[in-house]
Design a protein around this ligand. Sequence first.
Ligand code: PLP
Length: 458
Amino acid sequence: MEIRKVFLTESEIPRQWYNLLADIKLNPPLGPDGKPVTPDMLAPVFPMNLIEQEVSSERWIDIPEDVLKVLNIWRPSPLIRALSLEAYLDTPARIYYKNESVSPPGSHKPNTAVPQAYYNKVFGIKKITTETGAGQWGSALAFACSQFGIECKVFMVRVSFKQKPYRKSMMETWGAKCVASPSSETKAGQDILATHPDTPGSLGIAISEAIEAAVTDTSGQTRYSLGSVLNHVLLHQTIIGLEAKKQMEKVGEYPDIILGCAGGGSNFAGISFPFVYDKINGKDIDIYPVEPAACPTLTRAPFVYDHGDTARYTPLLPMHSLGHAFVPPPVHAGGLRYHGMAPMVSQLVAEGIIEPKAVSQLDAYAAGVVFARTEGIIPAPETNHVISSVIAEALKAKEEGKEKVILFNFSGHGLIDLVGYDKYFSKELTNFALSEKEIKAAEKVFENFPKPELLKSR
Ligand SMILES: *Cc1c(COP(=O)(O)O)cnc(C)c1O
């Protein structure tokens, strides 16, 4: 019988994260004066130990024992050969995926929520605020905070708050508080409600609210936490790719193609960055981040300096951006509706080291249904996007008669997101095509900001 699952023992879990910042050049984040931000400017928002990680250029960073202890609840995660999907597609390609849906909240997100809660705890922080899109991040942070005895407050994008009520139930079960964003609890929320009372909300708005709630808490013991985009978040996710590398080695394989869906870029970075290191050092691999066509940050938006949030509380980040005021269409893949993209992922695209793809909502769901009916696991709407591209690559390999080895990240399951599947089956789901005009209009917000340099890392 062919091998279907590849496991690592608990003692084989990676003990260090891989930091891509050691191997690429990045434009610095800029403050309101147009000058690079200094670590102390971020101190009201993040604990200093995480700020140090954010700017570190050490290639390998130790994972603390207390973090490993919690990650061990579900890690190492299995590497699975998608034998049934391969047979269904009748492809010579061998398809492998890392199953990140086995974590308690059901996605890759606790890989960073756990270390973030830990570093806050060590720094003496008592409460963490955050935003959440589809609710995956909010539940991951709620879970992590419960492990370390920290209070957790989540601002959840309004449209998802309505679409995905069980996410709130999960957060509350782990002891967190969750409100719909925009809320009347912050100035950022009140301003939006005054001008756009019916807004579906956006990650940009919810981030503004969560940052404001953290920095206006006068106790000094509250900080904010972000579930994607930032360097330290991507760093924590590299445990996925590092495990995958060991698991592929165990079965004598090495990927030709690597894919991950991309919202803020963290699960894609997690699976791919340890292999990007190999590519920078000469390996021939095709690496594809996959995003929704309705929120085409990497495929259609320019590489610019822009804010990470709508109220412009964050520094200017060098990234592909649809504009910080962009409110994406209410597609079901809530986790992929961010206007920006991780600076490290954006930099790799700008340099041509990785190549982005976009998938429509209907193609994504069609692929998700194929996956559920072959491999058995019902994917998250976000994950459906990468599966669509995986199927396309496997069919291309069949056409070309090539035995490609494909590795992708199965970022989460869809058991809390079944409403989208219902709508897909009842044909209520549609594709959203953004016109060039809409994209150009959204870009107005960063017209007058400084422009990032086109740096070359290799
Ligand atoms: C949040 C989420 C994503 C997108 O976020 P990234 O930071 O781009 O990884 C993808 N898949 C799932 C299941 C998610 O919860």
